[in-house]
Unconditional design. Structure first.
Lengths: 300, 300, 300, 300, 300, 300
């Protein structure tokens, strides 16, 4: 069960309203790398988790991320506070209000006109948050790697937001939030490496002859070697089309159709054949005028 | 520039059509952990990448993932081949066709009725592929971690598909695809650790006093200790609300409003106040009948 | 700040695994009328709210909805528990596993293959949760009405789920969750009617001559009268096209274009005119065969 | 069956083109609170409705909302008219056209470059309209409440648009549209309260002991009392974790696994255990440089 | 302005309820090729259209498509009618109701549990309708081609639905709807070819030397010739990489960075370089156990 | 199998960074008419195609579109290059960086803050690419028409982008890409018209008496005649409601309910009836203040 304490985990002191800046901050509220994504990622993993240590850790961090969602949401709310009253009360000249909304920057007009200045669960482009951002698949050696990557990304987006703000109260709170992502990444790393044999993930071993092959499919000037594709660990294939396919078969796709299925497929194919031998007049031929670069109509 | 060879990277031999199984396979075609997501993840990173080694590697692996998209897409196409002709030619009794479509399993009716048996860029629930699945943010220490996690997830989804198939040709091709994910994960790992000081990501250091704190926000029976929250590396906080907020402030959110902004905000608040002192009759009071558990209308 | 207690608000006792039923339960986890939608609706309103009574109430109810999300999520997790292990360990015959996944019902195959048996933030069709479900606009006379409606909807979806379950532990927990929605609706009703002059919402009065008009735009057998369109409060218009438009103007849309804008528009119109006088041969004419019901090609 | 009269329900007189303003107007065309959402909400309810009075009313109002969609769409079209020709004819200097598109405000560049100046079914952020905005669930005591709330929201968004426009023709048309929402809300209210015992919605009574409980989950400075959580109607719980869970059970989630299911689950847990006793070296340890605030690698 | 007549354009006679079939019918209600997509496609084009003939035609056809949406919606409503009452009244044994919902086929459980039996604006997979289905771009030579294609697609989806239904009343109504798509396609064809010089679309001519080139990028067994890539109209390039790039340049992407931009880019590159010379120990190395196919840890 | 050559199909020479212009270019990278949509449209069709000529052509063009995705992606990457380093290195004054991001135009702030300057698979509004853009349905007479329309649209969006750019290197590359769309349209036209009897699509003939009817549903000033609705080919219906419905039935929707289904439906209707005879007091009545245009409370 969740409880809430009205004190924030970190005090939010905003010097003055700025809807454009508020809009950028939405990235960490309702954006793909933001706090709702983090909280829901860990919370749903916690529910499905059977390992007692990880279950506890996931609830701990999920709950803290909800508190971070609250902190960043308050930053957004404070930055929008001026705009909110102005629009609700219609207190300004319309032309001036229009100008404010249009010029305050980014997509802040959406927050103002549609959401009335409240923090909306969108990113800074106004795109609604979607659970498609959450990549948990119910295997801890994968999910912990996903969490590690997610914390790294969140750290960097906070860093970018710090780089565009000179309001010291906001910078301070963002610095706190950014640092906590570093700390969470460390926890997830420890939990991952506390699983023996965590690589490769899963139970099925790979097929040995394909597991150390590096296929050099992109060729030409700029081809490079490095530990990721070269050295004793790797079997490097520089001419992939030479022995195609890798299984020694015919490189085709096949399925056996029988009886009615075969007949239907053949009839369908016959009915819908594009005859390669003629040169039919087309709609484009009919529509082509005498302009440059246009196809010439072909007499039927 | 891309080129295409009509031979598949791995031969696809499907024993017989099965639209229900085809539908499950869509997870690795148009699903979040599938091959289009992989190809586009690495391809877009390659475009933005300036490091020559990583750029080359990202193009190599992106191109191979496109070839894997082709392999899994052919598996789907073969499994749907019978259904395709049947529906197009209307060759069966309608009641029988309805039954086939409804009973062939999963969401295969969507592929049949809407997509005509072609492999669609959806997951197995019929949800269209979205670029929201791609989590690249343009920082290699993050993006490589995201790639590592993505390969791990793809490996496991292939493993699950292998576990539900007894068609040996499909199993073999899936085994190949699964193994390649392991190999790609290794490449991305090498490229990540070939960046010095890759942790924490980014340039801004964390704030020292928050970087090693573990906040035990979830409490009660089941509280655990492990290397992820305990030991010399960690400063563990077991009573987080005791000294709230962590910055020593008042834990509130504030912004300075001035002049017209302040006046508008105050007028708005006054106009829209919920009076806490009375007990108004409500719509629910009006609508409540004499049934059990219903609120009683209160006289104003 | 949020805190978490490992005890659930309501004990979850599931008699046996059932992935098909788990999938239906997802409606109240990641569906449009579910608990995440509720929690986020009230939480984001709380952040933007300035009225102290409502702010407190919104945080109270948002926090409780998070606890309900936890209860329903545990129901889903328990119902999926058997499937989870089976798929991860690949312990069954493949054909049997395929059959289980395909036959266990609804869209449960998605939860199993893609999400590994964990509760995913989707509805029962596998559609990812989206913040497009949240309709808050930052005006309390609207948002409270939206909340009232949302609680009513959630109550009914719980009622439907109770109607399809005969697991007594699940029924009991669902009954608790359903009842709490009733209680929340009452709170929101009280808070709405504690705002004086809450109808019509907003500050601008309507235009008097249009405010009590009922336009009978759907005509024919089945036309009805009732308090919603008839009586002293209403001015009923039964022949809307008679005096069209209602403002007495010409019922057209116009804008004044000047100078280059006018010239560009005219040139564009001339260039792209569909000549109404001829009878051009079309692509369809070219493609039409001798079949029944087909258009006949027209000689140019 | 629908019919169309080329006269608008309200004449649209726009003084001059303004793509930035056009973009804001899209909120009521293809936005969540806009006219398509309204029309489709009532139209789909009308189709499923069996009550003759409501069915008639829903068709009446749905049809009128389509006419409103036409009015607001014409406002958008007129405001974009200048931009449309300019871009199609390429008549301006490119740098000037770029500047116009970039500076005309909001997200109007999307309408211009992608939609060619036509009114697109997006909101003002360019987010495509989605049926996820429609919250009908097929129970009239819920759907009418949803309609009431939807009309209230639409009224306010029109009010905001009026507040940012000084084109008198647009203001007039918006005033008409805004007023009609007020009128529709009144109709839906009448229809709701014409249902006896409309609260609580549905057929199942709530569980009496939970129906009047208010759970004070958010605590600390700012805790308030009001008719929504206090008084004879309410049983207020100020210390929710004291007697957790409310059902007197153990507050845990359980399910009985048997036979192979139990064995699989146990094997899975054993294989994937995070060992809480050691202190493994992690990827972060490998990657951590000597910088401030970084974790120290731990020797294995 | 729109008006509505309570008579349907085509009578809907459904022999008996069938939620599974109802669900398939949703493809033409809220699916990508369905009637809402058609109506909105033509309606939004009509609003932006300046050509009087096309504007009239687009309003005519848009309005008729709304009437078709009504017909197909009524088919869905009738097919769901039995399910609706059963679930609302909870009149059956729960286990039986669960079985009905799970077995009635396809994704009909979503319509039943979430939408209460009403026709929802989703496709047959439960995916909500999105304006992303509409491809209008505000140029009539494009939009008419898009309309022609859309009508063709709708015709085929109706044909498939007819092929899976043996309810004669439904077949008859679907036959009517299918035929109207054919008729609409003919109208759009006429309107397109009534535009002189409609190919290529737009005002800018293509670059002559690239306009008739066919690039044979897919090679190997299966390479074919036909009027689409061979003959006097075409300049066929069978070895595309031989003279790459086609412009005779270096085939690279470049931009001139100056001053601080250059310095920042260089610093960024240096900081984030993946060193190609070493062979770092990776997280995967740490996690790899002794299993088959696993990478071997490399000593630093 | 796909291969990649590091040379671009067309050299990309960008004169200077411009994130605002980069953002517009995203329309052809991750927008609905862009190159990913094209490549995936043809690639998925190729996989399902059985006709050898079309299969080859679809692979050829799909592969070329991937190469075009690479060209436009490089344009985006070059235009963002300056912004990328600046934000990553935090090298500028924050206020200046904020100003740059806010003022650089369009939605470029999203690319900068969220995607770090990399080309993201979104359109210029920041909306993630979705497979809902792809309209293939697995019938070649439809899919080829869809492809023809798609190429026409892509041609026009390129033309618009050319019209807003004065960077000659970009214009040149866009000109190449635009021309290739013209060429691809020609191929698809030839392939369509090489199918005999391609109109109407499909196998089922239309119903003759409805196939040539034009229903004049939109009436009033502006009614026009043209080859699309008038002439010997057409049977024009100018008074559609006169003989409604067209089938001669009663124009109603019906289904036979029996036994329990009928009883449930009747009970449901009785329980939820809106009584048309009274005039109930409503929530709006309770909330209405003494303001102008407000409804008057009615005494019960």
């Amino acid at each position: 069960m969740f409880m809430h304490n009205k004190r924030l985990q970190y005090t939010v002191r905003v010097s003055e309203p700025n809807p454009g800046l508020a809009n950028l901050m939405l990235e960490q509220f309702g954006g793909p790398q933001g706090e709702l994504a983090a909280a829901m990622r860990y919370f749903t993993q916690a529910l499905a988790e059977d390992d007692p240590g990880r279950k506890d850790m996931l609830f701990d961090i999920a709950t803290e991320e909800l508190s971070h969602l609250e902190v960043i949401g308050n930053i957004v709310a404070m930055l929008n506070k001026g705009a909110k009253g102005k629009l609700a009360e219609g207190a300004e000249e319309q032309a001036e209000l229009y100008s404010t909304i249009t010029k305050s920057g980014n997509d802040s007009h959406v927050t103002e006109v549609l959401y009335g200045g409240g923090p909306a669960l969108t990113n800074s482009a106004g795109v609604p948050w979607t659970a498609a951002y959450i990549d948990s698949i119910g295997d801890p050696t994968c999910d912990l790697r996903s969490n590690i990557a997610a914390e790294a990304r969140a750290k960097i987006v906070y860093e970018r937001l710090i780089n565009v703000t000179d309001d010291s109260g906001i910078k301070e709170a963002l610095g706190f939030l950014m640092t906590r992502e570093v700390s969470h990444q460390k926890s997830f790393e420890k939990a991952l490496y506390a699983i023996a044999n965590n690589f490769p993930p899963g139970k099925l071993p790979g097929i040995e002859k394909f597991a150390s092959v590096y296929v050099n499919t992109s060729q030409g000037e700029g081809d490079m070697k490095g530990p990721w594709n070269d050295g004793p660990e790797w079997e490097r294939v520089d001419d992939p089309t030479k022995a195609l396919p890798v299984d020694g078969g015919d490189g085709k796709a096949s399925v056996a159709l029988k009886g009615a299925q075969l007949k239907d497929a053949q009839e369908s194919a016959a009915r819908l054949r594009s005859d390669p031998t003629g040169n039919p007049t087309t709609g484009a031929d009919l529509g082509a005028g005498p302009g440059a670069g246009r196809t010439k109509p072909v007499k039927p």
